[in-house]
Ligand binder design. Structure first.
Ligand SMILES: C[S@@+](CC[C@H](N)C(=O)[O-])C[C@H]1O[C@@H](n2cnc3c(N)ncnc32)[C@H](O)[C@@H]1O
Length: 454
């Protein structure tokens, strides 16, 4: 068993913090930033550089009580199809606002459950993308799937449409945990889906897991992780359960015992980490694992891993353009978000030829500098501050206040600091959010805003 951080030290790092998938974080979005500014940003994107697309489909077939994603149960095919038409409409508007036809290196369909789009609607969306953008030959095109609600026929259409990667929600295999979460899904079903996608020429498979759920124990997780390893996913995202019932009332419906506290969560995370590393997975950033052949492992080794609203990514395009209700777009000049509810998104789309932006934030040079530091620490667990500050024409001592705040982390063995170089130790990995918050000048303590950091 690896050396663990002592429990009294753990208590000092408890608290709710942003996930740092962008900087500034979503808390800083305001309605001062809207369509007209985003349009200027789009038109100023350098020609010749690829863009990435994120498409959000906010529908599911069933409600998972733990879910903290923008989704709702919608079963009517007509509503799902009409939503697909709106995605096509928004894509056409977006392409119109870009100065030239762009090449696309990454496309991700997230949700909700994007396969709730009927195949005919999905084909229309993909054809619209192919008609408006030049999809690079080696483009990474991925989709999130719910193994309980996808047909063999749907799987067989993914590769012909260009999909290269799928992500399956699993969360936990223990029946007691599944019951508490209202998500019953056998290992056999997940295994069958993985076989079928692989037979259908999709060779990169991710599995999502969650720890910190009701009824989970280190022992039950040991079983789950051993079983998941047998499925040989190429990648795993292992999230700490984000309990934010003030945002998502469905979480108050969770059954079972009280939620594991931060000491139990920490121990659960350790068990998962040990089994996955023993099985040959490389640990990536805060919460991802990948086999050595996977592009995410290679990017982590080469220092080219990135972070965006989807979590860790190998996507290195300078602009991520979001489409669909609640989607977030990130360009160097700033970040914008579409209307989150389907009703408001539909209304905004019906209101004219604009993009359905509801809020956002403009980024200045200092925001970009701070994002560079936060992103590199979250991805590489290392940063040479002198090198970065000089790139942004700032003095070497620009981050002295932040370094002073890291002193207690250094004393706890979570970071090492020499000559403005910060290295997060293996012990410090699970405290990455606590470490990078010292570089966030906007952060204010507010209990009901973010999820638990550990
Ligand atoms: C939008 S969901 C898509 C999953 C897919 N629709 C399915 O049902 O399998 C993406 C992932 O977010 C993660 N997630 C959702 N709610 C979460 C929460 N409260 N805390 C941590 N992770 C969460 C889950 O691991 C989930 O698989």
């Amino acid at each position: 068993m690896k050396q663990v951080v002592s429990f009294d030290r753990l208590a000092r790092y408890e608290g709710n913090l942003p996930r740092y998938t962008s900087y500034p974080t979503a808390v800083q979005f305001t309605d001062d930033v809207g369509f007209s500014l985003y349009k200027e940003w789009l038109q100023a994107l350098p020609e010749g550089e690829p863009v990435s697309l994120y498409l959000h489909v906010p529908f599911c077939d069933e409600l998972c009580k733990f879910c903290a994603c923008n989704t709702q149960v919608v079963n009517q095919e007509a509503i799902r199809t009409a939503y697909g038409d709106l995605l096509c409409d928004e894509l056409m508007r977006l392409a119109g606002f870009l100065k030239t036809r762009r090449s696309v290196s990454f496309i991700h369909f997230g949700g909700g459950t994007p396969t709730t789009l009927p195949m005919i609607a999905m084909k229309k969306v993909m054809q619209t993308i192919y008609s408006l953008f030049d999809i690079q030959k080696d483009a990474d095109i991925s989709i999130e799937l719910d193994p309980r609600h996808v047909s063999v026929e749907y799987f067989s259409n993914l590769h012909p449409l260009g999909f290269t990667r799928v992500s399956f929600g699993v969360q936990d295999l223990d029946p007691k945990v599944q019951k508490a979460c209202g998500r019953i899904q056998s290992k056999e079903l997940t295994a069958h889906c993985i076989d079928v996608v692989r037979q259908n020429h999709i060779h990169s498979v991710n599995i999502d897991l969650i720890y910190g759920l009701p009824n989970q124990t280190t022992e039950s997780l040991r079983e789950t992780i051993r079983s998941v390893v047998e499925l040989k996913p190429d990648r795993l995202a292992v999230f700490g359960y984000a309990h934010v019932p003030w945002k998502f009332k469905r979480q108050t419906l969770l059954e079972g015992d009280v939620l594991p506290d931060s000491v139990e969560r920490f121990q659960q995370r350790q068990v998962i980490d040990e089994i996955l590393q023993e099985a040959g997975y490389q640990v990536i950033g805060l919460d991802h694992y990948a086999l050595p052949h996977d592009t995410m492992s290679k990017a982590a080794q080469q220092g080219t891993l990135h972070r965006n609203f989807q979590g860790y990514t190998v996507d290195d395009a300078p602009a991520l353009l979001g489409v669909g209700a609640s989607s977030v777009s990130i360009v160097p000049q700033g970040i914008v978000q579409n209307h989150p509810s389907v009703a408001a998104y539909q209304k905004a789309m019906a209101g004219g030829g604009e993009l359905p932006i509801v809020r956002g934030v403009e980024r200045n040079e200092e925001d970009l500098l701070r994002w560079t530091v936060i992103e590199r620490l979250m991805c590489d667990l290392h940063i040479d501050l002198k090198q970065v500050t000089s790139q942004y024409n700032k003095p070497d001592n620009f981050f002295d206040d932040a370094l002073a705040k890291l002193k207690s982390f250094e004393d706890d063995g979570l970071v090492q600091i020499t000559d403005y170089k910060i290295t997060v130790t293996e012990e410090g990995r699970c405290f990455l959010r606590n470490i990078v918050v010292v570089f966030d000048t906007y952060y204010r303590v507010a209990p009901q805003r973010h999820a638990q950091a550990i």
